[in-house]
Design a protein around this ligand. Structure first.
Ligand code: SF4
Length: 286
């Protein structure tokens, strides 16, 4: 099993072969390649359903902190700033993560709090670039392998390493897999993932009221666009001066240095500013 992106690059040279990734994972999971691929198809269906559900639901979450931004974008999205692809990726990310806040069914990717980023980007890309279901499943396999190599060193949990290890990781997975989907070389895939991850290092986890809503919900569409920007740079030939393996090392060290108050305990940062404390009082009183 590959444990670094250097090994990944040596193995895949110019082009990533998702079939080799799935073969290895199936062997380790003691199931057949076809069974594993069919499980990934199920996850993909769940992602599509959560987008569908999120697009038609504008109910607020139980706390009232989120739930109506997807419908706001549908009715009132600003027209002339972003490409149709970016707008769709943002909308789909919102739809999924608002479903998560309402306790709807989503596929954690890599976590529930970051579940909108990878599918938001890939499913929007499928529609805008005429890709097939099979293409997206292959891209999800690549996203999964990027996520696995990083997570083996830094667990994907805000409580361990802050939001860099949840939404930051998801953004890196989304960017690498988008570049793969758009036929980028192995180098470009790794550069995308590196550019996305490098620029969220130090991202704290300070959720208001301890709920996966503020800042998590809006962080998903914003980091979906961040992933697209990283792919755009990498596909245009721009490289990360720091290789992905070293960025992961820096992420690990940053997570260790981060105060526990900024790692999901809601004891610092956004969780304790005046407005957040007011939400707390309103919630207790309601
Ligand atoms: S801020 Fe914390 S709880 Fe919210 S998505 Fe990021 S890591 Fe998860």
């Amino acid at each position: 099993m590959l444990s670094t992106f250097d090994e990944f690059k040596n193995k895949f040279q110019n082009t990533i072969n998702p079939d080799l990734i799935i073969k290895e994972q199936a062997f380790l999971s003691d199931i057949s390649k076809d069974e594993l691929r069919s499980k990934i198809f199920d996850i993909f269906s769940c992602m599509k359903n959560s987008i569908r559900n999120g697009l038609k639901n504008n109910t607020l979450s139980r706390s009232g902190l989120s739930g109506n931004n997807t419908s706001l974008l549908i009715q009132n999205g600003y027209e002339n700033l972003l490409s149709e692809f970016s707008k769709k990726a943002i909308l789909y990310s919102f739809a999924i993560i608002e479903e998560n806040a309402r306790m709807g069914k989503i596929a954690a990717c890599p976590t529930a709090g970051s579940s909108g980023i990878v599918p938001g980007v890939l499913i929007a890309a499928m529609e805008e670039f005429d890709k097939t279901d099979d293409d997206i499943v292959n891209a999800l396999i690549v996203a999964g392998e990027i996520g696995r190599i990083i997570s083996d060193k830094v667990p994907p949990a805000g409580a361990v390493a802050g939001c860099q290890a949840e939404c930051g990781l998801a953004s890196s997975m989304a960017s690498g897999s988008l570049t793969f989907l758009l036929e980028g070389t192995t180098d470009k895939v790794l550069n995308s993932a590196a550019l996305a991850l490098k620029n969220v290092l130090g991202l704290t986890c300070d959720p208001v009221l301890g709920l996966v809503e503020v800042p998590c919900v809006k962080r998903n569409p914003i980091l979906a666009q961040h992933a697209i920007t990283a792919s755009y740079l990498a596909l245009s030939g721009i490289e990360s001066k720091i290789p992905l393996d070293e960025i992961v090392d820096a992420m690990k060290e940053t997570g260790l240095l981060m105060s526990p108050k900024l790692k999901e305990s809601s004891e610092a940062g956004l969780a304790v500013v005046k407005s957040a404390l007011k939400f707390k009082i309103d919630n207790i009183l309601s």
